[in-house]
Design a protein around this ligand. Structure first.
Ligand code: NAD
Length: 287
């Protein structure tokens, strides 16, 4: 058996197209052009690529995109002042601070992210948005896990009643994924670095989400035959080679559907950001 490969490109195109239609409606009906500001501090090459991709997607869809480049030496006070300025800017509906921050201000990441107006928090990291997700009234939801759910829906893969196992409990992926899957009536198990007998648990999964950041860690014998495997991991193993957290070549023979890396979940993340910008505009203009 060889699994169906869930290419992010086709799903991302569908998500972006529906965002584009919404943006056109907002422009026509409310005379508002959605605006996204991305703050990048320092010169992390991976972050620069991510920011460029976000900028490009905005331009494709008719979102005004502002990239705020701040030097490595930026202080917490300067960054907070910039966020305050963007919070007050009526032409900006979404704000995100590209992570990771430089070492000198990294420890203030929470304080910095919490300064973003929750209605403009298109990354969905503000405690207010996290709280809404947990209590079942989601507003702005982290893009990567939200993209995984959207992909399952678009691929016609049922979630209700399934056993989903997530490897990883980060605030960015694992934890929001738990709440999104639970809200869709999956039975969810979250595994992490202290989990014992990991393979026994992953072998129970109808839907297995790998979000641990360990290259090709999930082997074929950790996957139940016929399971749906979502590989969130992005790991650089050679200067030009990216792999996921799943041993794709082997897993593709066991799973019923699987996302590739690259070309899988990563593309959905940017598409969902565009969707979150639309949601943020609607929240702010009361559409
Ligand atoms: P993280 O380092 O914050 O969290 C990793 C999690 O994996 C932790 O909860 C840890 O307990 C768990 N873990 C680590 N080793 C483990 C082990 N041996 N057994 C079981 N659990 C283990 O990482 P993150 O920010 O959640 O990112 C995870 C991966 O997803 C990374 O490769 C990252 O690059 C990728 N990522 C991709 C996207 C995307 O757009 N596709 C977005 C965010 C993160």
């Amino acid at each position: 058996m060889s699994a169906k490969i869930l290419y992010g490109k086709e799903f991302a195109a569908q998500i972006k197209e529906s965002a584009r239609i919404e943006i056109e409606k907002i422009k026509n009906k409310f005379n508002v052009t959605p605006g996204l500001a991305v703050i990048i501090v320092g010169e992390n090459p991976a972050s620069q690529v991510y920011v460029r991709n976000k900028h490009k997607s905005c331009e494709e869809l008719g979102i005004k995109s502002v990239v705020v480049e701040m030097p490595e030496s930026t202080t917490k006070k300067e960054l907070l002042a910039k966020i305050d300025e963007l919070n007050a800017d009526k032409t900006i509906h979404g704000i995100l601070v590209q992570l990771p921050l430089p070492n000198a201000i990294k420890s203030y990441s929470d304080e910095i992210l919490n300064r973003i107006d929750p209605m403009k928090d298109v990354d969905g990291f503000h405690p207010m948005n996290v709280g809404k997700l947990v209590t079942g009234t989601p507003a702005l939801v982290p893009c990567t896990p939200a993209g995984c759910i959207e992909m399952l829906d678009l691929a016609g893969i049922p979630i209700d009643g399934k056993h989903a196992v997530i490897i990883g409990r980060s605030n960015i992926v694992g934890k929001p994924m738990l709440h999104l899957l639970m809200a869709r009536h999956a039975t969810v198990t979250v595994c992490h670095s202290h989990t014992k007998h990991l393979a026994e648990i992953t072998r129970e999964a109808d839907i297995l989400v790998a979000a641990m950041g360990k290259p090709q860690f999930v082997k074929a014998d950790m996957i139940k035959p016929g399971a749906v495997v979502i590989d969130v991991g992005i790991n650089r193993i050679e200067p030009k080679k990216l792999v996921g957290d799943v041993d794709f070549e082997a897993a593709v023979e066991v799973a019923s559907a699987i996302t590739p890396v690259p070309g899988g979940v990563g593309l959905l993340t940017v598409a969902m950001l565009m969707k979150n910008v639309v949601t943020a505009v609607k929240l702010q203009i009361g559409a």
